[in-house]
Design a protein around this ligand. Structure first.
Ligand code: SAH
Ligand code: SF4
Length: 348
């Protein structure tokens, strides 16, 4: 892949039109190419055979179609999860995970290489921040998923922004990527099938709410006291629980959409009576759903997942306070399908 070439996925349709006009091409070529990329989902501009050969060569001299090259692909033993590592043109590495469950095909995509937020239990956080992904690099993970699923007669039904990185730290590109994914003239996925997960960037949650977006929101909570949350998630210093919950209430009052709170169960850390009681209080007047997930082990954090019994107990305690709660299985454990885990293994 050539660094001096422009990634076609990084430009919008107007810019594409300008580029084609500069090549002396008629206006309708942009629409043809756009359609081929986002609806036919071609992998190579040479496959767009309704373009003249000379134009295809001109395009190839100036542009690349995408910036990801497949480095490694793993399937879980039950075939439900496919995890891939992609190398970007500057050698950075990101992960994308496809999951098949109950007729749903969901892709979990990355928005950054690494992450600056440093949650102690997270393999991506343990790597530190490398860089933001571009709009094209985010969207390409989705295009790749469609192609991959198409090869086995399936189609993508859901997208979660829950791979490497914090989408709200790369706010602008994440939003532009969402627009591209949802645009009926591009991929056309419904916003209701897309979830954006944040570690709790309160300002961005408010901005997101006010901008009238229709995606679902997930907030990674993991602790119900500032003391513990700050230990686990340093972002809590900047946006402590009160500030975060105010942003969540504002989000709900504007959008009327139920928030999902994520809670990774860590043995003896956040599965205690104190934590569950305070969590019930924290969530008692907001329409929400809690997903509890047994912690996935990582190299640089020595916590382990809570016992099955404690997880069940935690769930019933929330439910008896009227808070809906689901226990999520960590899928693809055998292929390091936790956030950032495959890359950590690759680097070792
Ligand atoms: N940065 C965003 C989205 C990416 S992380 C966020 O933090 O929400 C996606 C989810 O995986 C988050 O809920 C995160 O807390 C969770 N996660 C990270 N490491 C984990 C681990 N080792 N075990 C279980 N969940 C983990
Ligand atoms: Fe970043 Fe999310 Fe991992 Fe925290 S959990 S370090 S915010 S990717």
């Amino acid at each position: 892949m050539n660094n001096s070439h422009t990634n076609l996925l990084d430009i919008d349709v107007n810019k594409l039109q300008e580029e084609l006009m500069a090549l002396g091409e008629p206006r309708y070529r942009a629409a043809q190419i756009w359609h081929a990329i986002y609806q036919t989902k071609v992998n190579d501009i040479q496959d767009v055979t309704n373009l003249p050969k000379s134009l295809r060569i001109n395009l190839q001299n100036k542009f690349t179609l995408g910036n990801l090259s497949l480095l490694n692909e793993l399937r879980s033993s039950d075939n439900s999860t496919i995890k891939v590592l992609f190398r970007l043109c500057d050698e950075k590495i990101i992960e994308t995970v496809l999951m098949n469950y109950n007729k749903r095909n969901t892709v979990c995509i990355s928005t950054q290489a690494g992450c600056a937020l440093g949650c102690v239990f997270c393999a991506t956080g343990q790597m530190g921040f490398e860089r933001h992904l571009s709009v094209g690099e985010i969207v390409e993970q989705v295009l790749w998923s469609y192609r991959k699923l198409n090869g086995i007669n399936r189609t993508l039904t859901n997208i979660v922004f829950m791979g490497m990185g914090e989408p709200f730290h790369n706010y602008e590109n994440s939003i532009k990527a969402l627009d591209r994914i949802e645009d009926i003239n591009s991929i056309g996925m419904s916003a209701r099938r897309i979830t954006v997960s944040t570690a709790g960037h309160a300002e961005a949650i408010e901005k997101f709410a006010r901008s009238g977006r229709k995606e679902r929101l997930a907030v990674s909570l993991h602790a119900s006291t500032d003391k513990l949350r700050t230990q686990l998630m340093p972002i809590n210093k900047r946006y402590p629980l009160e500030v975060l919950m105010n942003a969540c209430h504002l989000y709900y009052s504007i959008t009327k959409r139920r928030i999902t709170f994520e809670w990774a169960m860590i043995d003896g850390v956040n599965d205690t009576e104190e934590q569950s009681q305070k969590l019930c209080k924290l969530l008692n007047n907001i329409d929400c759903h809690v997903n509890v997930i047994p912690l996935n082990p990582t190299d640089n954090y020595n916590g382990s997942h809570s016992t099955r019994n404690l997880i069940k107990q935690f769930k019933s305690q929330l439910e008896s306070s009227g808070i809906p709660c689901t226990i999520r299985l960590r899928r693809g454990i055998d292929i390091q399908a936790g956030c950032g885990q495959l890359k950590s293994k690759h680097m070792r």
